[in-house]
Design a protein around this ligand. Sequence first.
Ligand code: ZN
Length: 416
Amino acid sequence: MKSCPKFTFGVGDRFAHQAASQLAAFQLAAQAGVDLVPVWNKSNREHLIIGSEPSGTRAAADKAVADLGWTQPYLLDADHINLKTVDRFVAPCDFFTLDVADDIGEAAEPADIEAFIGKHPELLGTVSIAGIDAPFEITRADIEKTADQFLKATQKAGAIYRHIVEAKGGSDDFVTEVSMDETDKPQTPPELLVILAAIADQGIPIQTIAPKFTGRFNKGVDYVGDVAAFEKEFNDDLAVIAHAIASYGLPSSLKLSVHSGSDKFSIYPAIRRALARTGAGLHIKTAGTSWLEELIGLAEAGGAALDLAKKIYATALSKKAALCEPYATVIDIDDARLPSTEEVNGWTSDQYTGALRHDQSNPLYNAHFRQLLHVGFKVAAQLGDTYLDALKANEAIVAKNVTTNLFDRHMKPLFL
Ligand SMILES: [Zn+2]
């Protein structure tokens, strides 16, 4: 097992052009006194939409690290992979997010449920966990139900993990995460305890786990939900993780992973308080929003670059249904709030950047416009060199936006 550092911060780089401007934000954080380890993540879904390869993400990350003289650790995440999609990630990646959300709810074998309950008498009855006021009261029926829902998923995670070990020729060189976030229902802290026991039974040296939390974690916009309920759940999850480390011999570096964690400004104070109180680590994944900073940079540059940003919106609006389809569960776009192509074509740089940049104090900010463009990266991918050449021609202004977004809006409120 490769040990996962305490604070890891996932960044997405759709077009493999922002690794250096992203890394610059980690250098600013280090100068300000907090060690954050960059994890470049790009899921199979994003690679398919763009037509890119994980080896390209590796090349971009390695180049940025060399160019900026970064001597601290960094990782490359095979984000949301499964047995069918993992193979092309094996060589370039050293962090694997085993996605078993689709397997949740698949009925477990009755014999496996029996064996699990037999092996875990400690989960039955009153389970007291340090840091949680009211002990969990877990009945046999509760465990049966939870095991029936999650045992298959943990078995699948075990199969993916063993496949990676075999393909890599060992288990020393990578970090393992298990993700369950892309599903309908949040996992409760008692369910998380059962899931971690089952993951330990699979022999997976899990170092980060991404549950689905209470509330909505839409792509690229703020949290929608009950912040107090989230804070309680987050704190209880941290207590469950500490308990599971002690009870099941899981790695002491095991920590929570917050997916689609960028832009969730309203829960950052709660996360920050929890980390300060417990000394726990954190993995946070941003939702590929560096691509939006590229668009903001182009719009800010004006001229032909602003025209290109407008063209991308016009095309995204005309292909809205197809673009939104793969992300249907993680976006909420109100068509009535989307500006027309004609309106946007008349915008100045300030109007475009004001609508897109995630600054809720700006009256021009439009979360619907932002979400549509967030899922609209396929439009830029289809523009090919026209888009990439614009990034190169406007490199400095784009880089400034990428770095500032990560450092000022994300790292500072969470860690500094
Ligand atoms: Zn996720």
